[in-house]
Design a protein around this ligand. Sequence first.
Ligand code: SPD
Length: 278
Amino acid sequence: MVPAELWFTERQNDNLTIGLRINKILHSETTEFQTLDVVETVQYGNLLVLDGCVMTTDADEFVYHEMIAHVPMHTHPNAKKVLVVGGGDGGAIREIVKHPTVERAVLAEIDGRVIENSKRFFPQIAKGLSDPRVEVQVTDGIRHVQEHRGEYDVILVDSTDPVGPAVGLFARDFYQAVYDALKEDGLFVAQTESPFVNQDLIQSVHRDIRSVFPITELYLAYVPTYPTGMWSFTMGSKRYHPLRDRQPARTQDTRYYTEAVHQAAFALPRFVQELLKG
Ligand code: SPD
């Protein structure tokens, strides 16, 4: 008998899917906020899926987590207090605590089950959560930001896609609250989806962040398991510019991030530049 093939398919829109062959389903549940699945893939190791969308895999998580964390952390000259909104798998926190300037890193994740399952199935990603400087709060990140004014040097918005619990993280009111939660020279970065398939979203997010922050810059990285692979992040900053104020690398413990990659990530293809003019 021919063994059956099991596949995970993310339906990215009506016309596009990504598929990964899987060895087995490790875990499935419906949390208070979303469906949560962990599967073992043949190509990329364990895969975390929320509401049917790829969140992270063992094999390519380093690209996303290093780029969402080290670009802002190497733009701010002395980030001591850092907040991650979302990011319950712990990958962004793992990268943040590589910076010796950090005294306190707060994780505000709405869904405690993401944290628990990441510790169980992705120990290499979640390991930063046990750093003594880290405080894990299972809470609504929007409320946390609204309730902490002028406190943070750097804020990362490591959200899911703009559906379900993350919708409010892609709104102008939220960016204003992030601005207010930052110190006078603070800066933030949000994951902002793919320039190939999320063009309207990128335009509106860029416009909204630009209307709040004096410095707004988009940069790119290449994440094989995300829709189209080309992924964007947008920085809003009160004072420091990610290219003019870039700091020398503070850690060699990276696989994607280097000083040259930091610089190059802001070199945008013409179609992305055009997008941002809109
Ligand atoms: N479509 C994928 C978007 C996922 C962005 N967040 C991933 C969380 C990893 N820490």
